[in-house]
Design a protein around this ligand. Structure first.
Ligand code: GLN
Length: 189
């Protein structure tokens, strides 16, 4: 299996390292020439969603990636990556690659006190460590979106068909279970 990791900004190295551990071939996507339709899926890392969105535009990667993901390429977004994949972003309107039928709130835990780690239940996986850094959360889900984790009434992990999104950073923990979950999602399609 070959998974692309968007490597424009943010925490992409950690995703690449986890994929290597799981014997999945990571492909760093920095430029248009790095992206091709034959990838089995694409990871959108955390960072700053506005910066990643701007770099996607400037690099010319936005159009082909948007076409591929809206056309069914499996995708996994963490934190800023979740924001990029959301259909609606509170205060901003339509998301950059609007593939998930959700309304997301950026910096949902506040900007200053917004970083913490916890252990919580992830549907189909069990208890996993979760690191939140100025994280978003989901305010509304629609259509076929399934909630995978909810903490204190806030939705922080969802799946819709071949799209997975977490408000937290599973790549910043020692636990690779969420990446395994994504890989199994792709394999079982
Ligand atoms: N606060 C960032 C944003 O709105 C997301 C933070 C993160 O990815 N850790 O894009």
């Amino acid at each position: 299996m070959k998974l692309g990791v968007l490597a424009l900004q943010g925490a992409f190295v950690e995703h690449i390292n986890i994929l290597k551990e799981l014997d999945v071939e990571p492909v760093e996507i920095r430029r248009l020439s790095h992206f091709s339709d034959d990838l089995d899926g694409l990871i959108f890392p955390g960072g700053e969603s506005t910066a990643i969105s701007k770099l996607l535009n400037e690099s010319g990667l936005l159009a082909p990636i948007k076409d591929a993901v809206l056309g069914g390429m499996p995708a996994f977004g963490t934190c800023a990556g979740m924001i990029l994949l959301s259909g609606q972003v509170e205060g901003l309107g339509t998301g950059t690659i609007p593939v998930l039928d959700v309304l997301v709130r950026r910096n949902g835990y506040g900007r200053q006190l917004g970083s913490f780690s916890t252990v919580a239940h992830f549907e189909g996986v069990g208890d996993v460590p979760m690191v939140f850094i100025r994280a978003p959360y989901i305010l509304e889900i629609h259509g076929s979106v399934e909630i995978l984790t909810e903490i204190d009434g806030k939705i922080v992990a969802v799946r819709q068909n071949s799209i997975l999104a977490t408000a937290f950073h599973p790549e910043l923990t020692e636990n690779a279970d969420i990446h395994k979950f994504f890989i199994e999602m792709i394999a079982s399609q």
